[in-house]
Design a protein around this ligand. Structure first.
Ligand code: HAM
Length: 423
């Protein structure tokens, strides 16, 4: 038997209902914030992720799915959505539009070669949003408010916003030098990954999961201590706007995030929910003021977030989607002679907009009713040899059991009035 690949899973019909619920909430909240949907390809040139997510990030060094296509081009299955949105904005010159900032959201599968566990897959789905073309702290605050509103929309109230600022330009370089100088004498006390990060990406050492309780890190300098006056002002303004919207937050001075493109604000939303276990960070994001330019676009500051949808799915109770959706009509055809006429009536009823199902097997009446019950119809339509010759059909109310015979010519009119009576 061929089975699914490790880290992937099938979304079976019952589970699909939970996805519909999430997708409906995404579209509803995105409309409220006036974000428009963008859909980008699932694979891109590998260069895109090397130059954005970062050569030294764990995602690029350990987690991407890479392959050469038949012409030998290096291709990567997208591990995240931000880089592709930026590529698309540059390629289509969307920045030439006058209605800046651009506000886009996306939903789709992403791919990372990670150790699969509950809420963490190799093919997983993100709902992400990006605001491009605005450097105002208002955009950072709006991004966080939008993400929180989405969680509230799906009934998740117990959420903590963790926020930090990495600063930009001089603040970031200055801080990186300070951190290196501090860590250098103790480098041997850090994990192997952190020893490698020391040269390429020392900020990442701060939120290393292995070294999180290492005393060396406890006293390490923090990015906030090295912010320039301008960068400090940006961060304070973001917090001020969050205060104005009544959004609580926790300043987490060790939060740095694993992707290279961040500047200024970084944040994570942590949900307190029993089914999440270790995967409680349901959303993460931040500002990335130089990514667009570094991919040969204009100088276009931006900010965004992404949710891991598998994690949110774990928090949706089964009862929410347990209600069985039924069909409007179940057609019970008795005898092979009536099959052609039966199919033409079923087609006619579907064309008129009703959901209709029927039994494919010409089974006994009892077996057909059993099959019909599983589909929870509002009415049964019963059609046999007698009805075929008299040009009639029986309508049976599935709830009351009331049955009536109508002429086929009057079927549509009668059904319209029956559904209207019971609406
Ligand atoms: P990220 O932190 O790499 O950021 O991923 C965002 C969220 O995706 C995580 O917080 C987590 O909920 C979810 N996630 C990540 N990996 C997995 C996985 N293997 N299985 C299930 N869920 C997962 C980004 O991707 C950035 N692009 C976010 C962003 C947008 N920053 C600015 N704009």
């Amino acid at each position: 038997m061929i089975t699914k690949s490790k880290g992937t899973y099938d979304i079976l019909p019952d589970e699909s209902k939970k996805w519909h619920l999430l997708e409906t909430a995404i579209r509803k909240v995105s409309a409220r914030y006036n974000f428009k949907e963008i859909r980008t390809p699932i694979f891109e040139s590998s260069d895109l992720f090397h130059r954005s997510v970062g050569e030294t990030s764990d995602i690029v060094t350990k987690e991407t799915y890479n392959f050469s296509d038949r012409k030998g081009r290096s291709i990567t299955l997208r591990p995240e959505g931000t880089a592709s949105v930026v590529r698309s904005v540059i390629e289509h010159k969307l920045y030439a539009e006058s209605n800046l900032p651009l506000k886009y959201y996306y939903v789709g599968p992403m791919f990372r070669y990670e150790r699969p566990q509950k809420g963490r897959q190799r093919q997983f789905h993100q709902f992400g949003a990006e605001t491009l073309g605005s450097k105002t702290p208002l955009a950072d605050a709006e991004t966080i408010a939008y993400a929180l509103d989405f969680l509230h929309e799906i009934g998740m109230e117990d959420v903590t916003v963790h926020i930090n600022s990495l600063g930009d330009g001089e603040s970031k370089t200055h801080y990186r030098d300070q951190l290196r100088a501090y860590l250098e004498p103790n480098i041997n006390m850090l994990c192997e990954d952190c020893q490698r990060r020391f040269e390429d990406n020392p900020l990442r050492i701060l939120d290393c999961k292995v070294d999180k309780d290492n005393p060396v890190l406890k006293d390490a300098p923090k990015p906030l201590d090295w912010l320039s006056d301008n960068d400090k002002m940006h961060f304070e303004d973001v917090l001020g706007y969050l205060d104005a919207m009544g959004i609580d937050y926790v300043i987490d001075d060790r939060l740095v995030r694993g992707l290279d493109y961040y500047t200024h604000t970084v944040f994570e939303l942590e949900a307190d929910h029993k089914s999440l276990g270790a995967q409680s960070v349901v959303c993460a994001g931040g500002r990335y003021n130089h990514l667009v330019k570094s991919l040969n676009g204009p100088d276009f500051p931006a900010v965004g977030f992404a949710f891991g949808l598998e994690r949110l799915l774990l928090t949706i109770p089964d009862e929410i989607v347990a209600e069985e959706e039924g069909v409007d009509l179940f057609f019970i055809a008795m005898g092979k002679n009536v099959n052609h006429k039966a199919m033409s009536i079923v087609k006619f009823l579907r064309d008129e907009g009703w959901s209709v199902d029927y039994d494919f097997f010409n089974r006994s009446l009892k077996a057909q009713f059993k099959q019909a019950e599983r589909n929870n119809p509002a009415y049964y339509l019963i059609f046999g040899d007698d009805e075929l010759s008299s040009g009639t059909i029986n309508i049976k109310n599935a709830t009351t059991g009331d049955q009536e015979s109508v002429r086929l010519d009057d079927l549509k009119t009668r059904l319209v009035s029956l559904f209207a009576e019971n609406a």
